[in-house]
Design a protein around this ligand. Sequence first.
Ligand code: DGL
Length: 253
Amino acid sequence: MRIGFFDSGVGGITVLNEALKLLPNEDYIYYADVDNVPYGPKTKEQVKQYVFNAVDFLIRQQIKALVVACNTATSIAIKDLREKYSIPILGMEPAVKPAVEKSNGKRVLVFATELTLKEDKYHNLVTTIDSNNIVDELALPGLVLYAENFVFDEKIIEDYLREQLKRFNLEQYGTIVLGCTHFPFYKNIFERIFREDTDIIDGNLGTVRHLKNILEQKKLLSNSGNGNIIYFSSGRHEHDGGKYKKYLERAHP
Ligand code: DGL
């Protein structure tokens, strides 16, 4: 049986890329909800509906585990998904805890979608961890759209980020968190904008390690797969892999 990966769009490819490295003997299904991306500007109710439609579809494909490779979908629906389905379901949330632990007295800046940052799940996380008030946040909806439209022109992206970051003193950040799976596509540009010693963290590798542990525990690990991927765009099978292959190439550092 395959492992399902789900995102609103192409962001989850950055997580799938890590899975292919750590779990090369598995096969995968990748589902991008291209009809409804971006989720960030939508309401909680809309996103919940989209997520359940997508996951119902994936469950019908007989997956053995699901990675919700989307911070926004996780913050809206992970609890309800786990109540409804019995397969292992892994979610993603902005890596605020490791960021605060690493920050060494410097500030932390969390980038995510507007919906992730609005949700209680994020506020509760920050309230428990950020006792010294060192965490700031910024939504970057434009970056999701650039990724969806395969815009990788470094000047366009850098100009956009510098404009969004105008009101921040970039020197004060010891760690930044890429709390949306679309953002690691642009890690090199974040590196250029922030101080050389600023740590940039995302939850991708952590999530995939966790996936491996869970599969091991549940005796669901496969050794007969070979990293084969079936792609679906909102339920439509992309027979030749569609646009996703070129994103996977991009995700390779
Ligand atoms: N990739 C998604 C995330 O990790 C959401 C992007 C969007 O649809 O707005 O939050």
